[in-house]
Structure formats: structure tokens, C-alpha cells
Write a protein that binds this ligand. Structure first.
Ligand SMILES: *Cc1c(COP(=O)(O)O)cnc(C)c1O
Length: 478
């Protein structure tokens, strides 16, 4: 029997790798086996298509292509130009954006590019103006000193980490919290929702240069039209980081006020989360910021990753197909089914549910910390990650939350009834786990007690559940 193209491709690749360093080939094979067997509920992960994966393993990896199309610092970039232009074209069409910059190596890099573009566009700095018109050599030491002083200490208002914002939105341990004079907005303590009046009030008081919206752990939609009005009312540049929910925008689940692209001055994203592409980042903007954004390399980034841009072009082409909209809708339907299943069994959810791809369980309702819950679930074959809840008493390390998301399981084909089973398995583990104690008898935030027989039973049930939904069904490694 002849093998299909995907199986042949991956088998051959592993054979070639195995001839040089067999342990790497083994680890790659083991990774597929592990992913196939685990119930992956990590909200930021997904499974890219074989075509997307294969587009990354080739000669584009060998090419330097600093600069942008038509303005390269290296010769011989014609094929890189082709894939970069294709990725940008697909991105613009998919999201209805005027400009797309597809070079960022990751979401964080995309945010740094956006921050630089906004600073360069907005900061009134005679020294910076000189530097921009390529009179860099005319700048005196005093100009450079002024430039650093003027660029630093600019104001950023973003969502706080414990309300679901991302560390690059001004969290102090991140560079964004050090280079910017930063303030954050949280969520309403009673409802867990963004309080737009409070955001407007903070903006009026603080007068930020940049207002950032977007999140990694907020289970609801954000009204970007209102956020733009707030930004406009104080003269701020409005930036949306859609890293988590780009797939829902691409699939037209988030439209109108909830689609960031028509409302934001600049939008950043990853390409590997709900968008289901290769690991990477992207910036979308209007014509006003396009030139500054295109200076991302070499201003902020090193040479682009042409093999990843090739894979971005493939994944974005996939996201433009009509069936991607169905996928995006199923992500949200599944998240809601999972939330309902958990609620029905007595779990406590931040905001009481979800209208996107993720659910945040407040596991203090089970008497556990996020860390205890995460490990107990992992012992039971369920992969999640712990996450702070708003005003978390256990801080960002131990936390009180478990964040779960449905993009990956939806790619595998699981639906509402499997989500109910998943909720049942999670509730079983969480309700049967108890906090452990330290050697001196004091309560531990990390240790926990879970009957290993129960963990094994649940693991078996999880793998039975997955058996009906093979991961990469077209790939047989033999
Ligand atoms: C994941 C994420 C990022 C960072 O993406 P990386 O590719 O890991 O650098 C940035 N912003 C938000 C909102 C995210 O969720």
C-alpha cells in the first residue's frame, strides 16, 4: 500500500534527521505521540496543518533578508520577497487591513515593533526627527541625551496582568513596564468585566500616549469601538494586541465593535494561537504608521525568518478558506459548552462564563491553588496552565486560577458533547484533590493529595475520549 504525501514527507524527514542525530528524531516522534495522547486545553496552543509545518523546514532558513521588500540590506532576496509579499497580501485580505508587516518572530516582538512605531510617530522630539531623516551623524551628544529622555517615560495605559492583560502591556517585570510610565486598568470586582467608564476615567487622569487593549486571560469580548472613543478623547494611539483571539477575528466571529482592525490605529498578533499558523507575530496598521512599522527590522528585530514567513503565507491562505469561519465558531461553541459543563457541576468561573475561546476557573472554589490544580490535572492526562484571577490572593506564581481554551481540541474535531465529558473529568479531578502540607505541617500552596488510581482512571478516560479524534490523521510515522 502506498503512503499518502504527509506520511511520506514526515517519515522521510525523520529518516534524514535520524542519520545525523537519532535522539532529535526520536524526540520529534515522541512529541507527536505525546500531543496525540494529551487532552490539550492550553488556551494559547493549537495544531498547525502539515502544510504549514512543512513550509518551515527548508532552504529559506538559510537566507538573510534584513529590511523590507524593495529595501533589503542583502542581495538575492527575490524568493523571500515572494513569500513575504504573499503572507502580507493574505493578511491584509483576511483582516481587511491597509498594511501588514509579517516579519516579527513572535508576539512580543510584534509589540516591540508597534511600540517603536508609535513612539517614532508621536513623540515630539527634535532630536528624534533629526535621527529619522538620516542626519544621525549630525546629532550631538546632547541631542542623544535628549532623545533618550524624550522617548523614555512615555505613558502607556493597558489592562493589568491579573485582569487578563499580557505582560508586554506594561507589567513591571517586562521591559514595557520599565521603558514606559505605566498604569493599568482592571475589571469590575463584582462582574469581572472591563468597566469602560473606569477606563475612560483613568485615561482622562493619566493622558496616555498609548492605550492598549487585548488580553491573554480575559474570557469575554472587548468593545473596541468604545475603547477607540476613549483613546480619541485623550489623544492616545489605540493599539490592540489580538494575539489570543486573532483566529476569531479571522473567522468573523468577532465583527463590528468587536473586530479590532477597523477601530485600532495598530493591531499586533501572534500567528500560532487561535490563528493556527507557525510560531510568529504580525503587525497590522493603516498607512500612517506603515513606514515606521516596516522599520521593525533592523530597528527592533534581527533578520526575518523567511521559512516562517513562508509558513505564515500557507496558514493565512488556509484561514481565508470558507471552512475557517466554521472552525472559529466551533472554538467559541466548544468554550461555551465547556463553561456550561463546569458551571453545572459547581465550578466557579471568572465572569461566570465565556464569549471567546477561553475559560478561567477560579479553583479557590475547590480549595486549591492554581499550581495544585494544574499538577493534579496534569497527573490525570489533562494539560492546562495556572493563571492569576483578578486580585489574586496567591499572586502570579501559585495563582488561584486555571486557564483553559478550546482552539486545539476544536482542531482535533471535538465538539459539545466531548466538552461536557471534559468538564466532567476536570471536575472529578479538582473535587477529589486536596491541598497538601509542608514537612512542618503548615499548609502548602504547591503540594496536593490525589489518589493515583483516580488520576490513572481519568487519564484513561481522557485518552479514550481522544481516540475518536485522531490528531494529524493523515500522518502515520510507522
Ligand atoms: C501570547 C501573547 C503574546 C506573546 O507572544 P509570543 O509569541 O509568545 O512572544 C503577546 N501578547 C499577548 C496578548 C499574548 O497572549
Amino acid at each position: 500500500m502506498s503512503l499518502n504525501a504527509e506520511s511520506t514527507a514526515f517519515r522521510s524527514a525523520l529518516e534524514v534527521i535520524r542519520a545525523v542525530e537519532p535522539r532529535v528524531a526520536d524526540a520529534i516522534g515522541a512529541e507527536l505521540a505525546d500531543q496525540r495522547e494529551s487532552l490539550k486545553l492550553i488556551a494559547s496552543e493549537n495544531y498547525a496543518s502539515p502544510a504549514t509545518l512543512l513550509a518551515m523546514g527548508n532552504w529559506f532558513s538559510d537566507k538573510y533578508a534584513e529590511g523590507t521588500i524593495g529595501r533589503r540590506f542583502y542581495a538575492g532576496c527575490q524568493n523571500v520577497d515572494t513569500v513575504e509579499a504573499l503572507a502580507a497580501e493574505h493578511a491584509k485580505e483576511l483582516f481587511g487591513a491597509a498594511h501588514a508587516y509579517v516579519q516579527p518572530h513572535s508576539g512580543i516582538d510584534a509589540n516591540l515593533v508597534a511600540f517603536w512605531a508609535i513612539l517614532a510617530d508621536r513623540v515630539e522630539s527634535p532630536a528624534l526627527k533629526k535621527a529619522q531623516v538620516r542626519q544621525v551623524n549630525d546629532l550631538t551628544e546632547a541631542d542623544w541625551f535628549a532623545l533618550r529622555r524624550e522617548l523614555g517615560n512615555q505613558r502607556m495605559l493597558g489592562m493589568s496582568l491579573d485582569a487578563g492583560g499580557h505582560l508586554t502591556h506594561g507589567f513591571r517585570p517586562n521591559i514595557s513596564g520599565k521603558m514606559f510610565d505605566q498604569r493599568s486598568y482592571g475589571t469590575d470586582p463584582a462582574t469581572g468585566l472591563v468597566d469602560y467608564d473606569k477606563v475612560a476615567e483613568a485615561a482622562r487622569e493619566f493622558k496616555p500616549l498609548i492605550l492598549v487593549a487585548g488580553y491573554s486571560a480575559y474570557p469575554r469580548k472587548v468593545n473596541f469601538r468604545i475603547m477607540r472613543e476613549i483613546a480619541d478623547s485623550v489623544g492616545a494611539t489605540f493599539m490592540v494586541d489580538m494575539a489570543h483571539f486573532a483566529g476569531l477575528v479571522a473567522g468573523k466571529v468577532f465583527t463590528g465593535d468587536f473586530d479590532p482592525v477597523p477601530h485600532a490605529h495598530i493591531v499586533t498578533t501572534t500567528t500560532h494561537k487561535s490563528l493556527r499558523g507557525p510560531r510568529g507575530g504580525m503587525v497590522l496598521c493603516g498607512p500612517e504608521l506603515a513606514d515606521q512599522v516596516d522599520r521593525g527590522c533592523p530597528m527592533v528585530l534581527g533578520g526575518p525568518l523567511p521559512h516562517v514567513m513562508a509558513a505564515k503565507a500557507v496558514a493565512l491562505a488556509e484561514a481565508r478558506r470558507p471552512d475557517f469561519a466554521g472552525y472559529a465558531q466551533r472554538i467559541v461553541d466548544n468554550a461555551q459548552a465547556l463553561a456550561e459543563g463546569l458551571l453545572r457541576r459547581g465550578a466557579k468561573l471568572v465572569t461566570g462564563g465565556t464569549d471567546n475561546h477561553l475559560v478561567l476557573i477560579d479553583v479557590s472554589g475547590y480549595g486549591l491553588t492554581g499550581r495544585q490544580a494544574e499538577q493534579a490535572l496534569l497527573d490525570s492526562g489533562i494539560v492546562t496552565n495556572r493563571n492569576a484571577v483578578p486580585q489574586d490572593p496567591n499572586g502570579a506564581w501559585y495563582t488561584s486560577g486555571i486557564r483553559i481554551g478550546t482552539p486545539a481540541l476544536t482542531t482535533r474535531g471535538l465538539g459539545a458533547s466531548e466538552m461536557d465529558t471534559t468538564a466532567e473529568l476536570m471536575h472529578t479531578v479538582l473535587s477529589q484533590t486536596t491541598p497538601g502540607a509542608n514537612a512542618d505541617g503548615t499548609p502548602s500552596k504547591a503540594k496536593y493529595v490525589l489518589d493515583p488510581a483516580l488520576a490513572e482512571t481519568v487519564s484513561k478516560q481522557a485518552s479514550d475520549l481522544l481516540a475518536g479524534f485522531p490528531l494529524y490523521p493523515s500522518v502515520d510515522l510507522g
